[in-house]
Design a protein around this ligand. Structure first.
Ligand SMILES: Cc1cc2nc3c(=O)[nH]c(=O)nc-3n(C[C@H](O)[C@H](O)[C@H](O)COP(=O)(O)O)c2cc1C
Length: 230
């Protein structure tokens, strides 16, 4: 067991090391030439979609909250919310920065893009902040990442390990692992160089909408069957 855990730690550590050297090199390079990448500014200012689906007065209301950098996770979250609502529940899909309370929700779906072998830090902080509330209601989580562009067991295992920091806080009823989208033109200068020249992940939109919709369609019974409330 201990061996398996340290093997998993080593996989994530190796993955992070892939980013470390190019990152250090690029940070010093950009500091030298004083580049404030336009794309990075665009990400910070990006308008993040927030939508409500279903009838407001249903007894079961779900929050789908997401963290994104380039926007592809927002579209996945929206598809999940839309599909969940087709089963007759009310759903709010919100970017993490717009969530002030979990009051009024009977279940929460947490979604994140993956960057540098980890869920986005704001989602981990969110889960820590709302740990008590989230422990009392059913939760599910999903990630959008490029490692599963080749859907092998090894890659899926690595992808699942990205969620360990969240699972240490709250145990989900189900987890969705989805291939994402990479568009170099939407990345900040440093990220674009690392991904393009050092990591070598190819551009493309690999989101499998059928798979995403199927996962969401099967999710509601799992969220409703679990009653964590004491
Ligand atoms: C700088 C950077 C680092 C990334 N690191 C990883 C990674 O470690 N593992 C992975 O599977 N995908 C990685 N990806 C791919 C993203 O998770 C994928 O493009 C995702 O769709 C991005 O979601 P977003 O558009 O919501 O930001 C990385 C992408 C970028 C730009």
């Amino acid at each position: 067991m201990e061996n398996a855990l340290s093997k998993k730690d080593a996989t994530v550590k190796n993955c992070r090391n892939n980013y470390l050297l190019p990152l250090l090199f690029l940070i010093s390079f950009s500091a030298t030439v004083l580049i404030m990448p336009a794309a990075a500014r665009a990400t910070a200012d990006m308008e993040l979609p927030e939508t409500s689906y279903g009838m407001e007065n249903t007894a079961f209301k779900i929050l789908v909250v997401y963290a994104t950098r380039a926007g592809s996770t927002a579209e996945v979250a929206d598809a999940i919310g839309k599909k969940l609502a087709q089963s007759g529940v009310a759903v709010d899909v919100k970017p993490l920065r717009n969530v002030q309370t979990l009051n009024g929700y009977q279940a929460v779906v947490l979604g994140s893009a993956i960057r540098r072998c980890a869920v986005l830090p704001e989602l981990t902080d969110f889960v820590k902040t709302y740990k008590d509330e989230l422990s009392k209601i059913p939760t599910a989580d999903f990630i959008v990442c490029m490692i599963v562009r080749e859907d092998t067991e090894k890659n899926r295992k690595t992808a699942v390990s990205y969620l360990d920091p969240l699972r240490a806080e709250v145990v989900p009823v189900d987890t969705g692992i989805f291939a994402g989208k990479l568009d170099y033109s939407k990345l900040g200068f440093i990220d674009a160089i690392i991904i393009k020249y050092f990591i070598g992940t190819p551009e493309g939109d690999l989101r499998d909408w059928q798979k995403i919709n199927d996962w969401a369609a099967d999710l509601l019974p799992k969220l409703q069957n679990i009653n964590k409330a004491k």
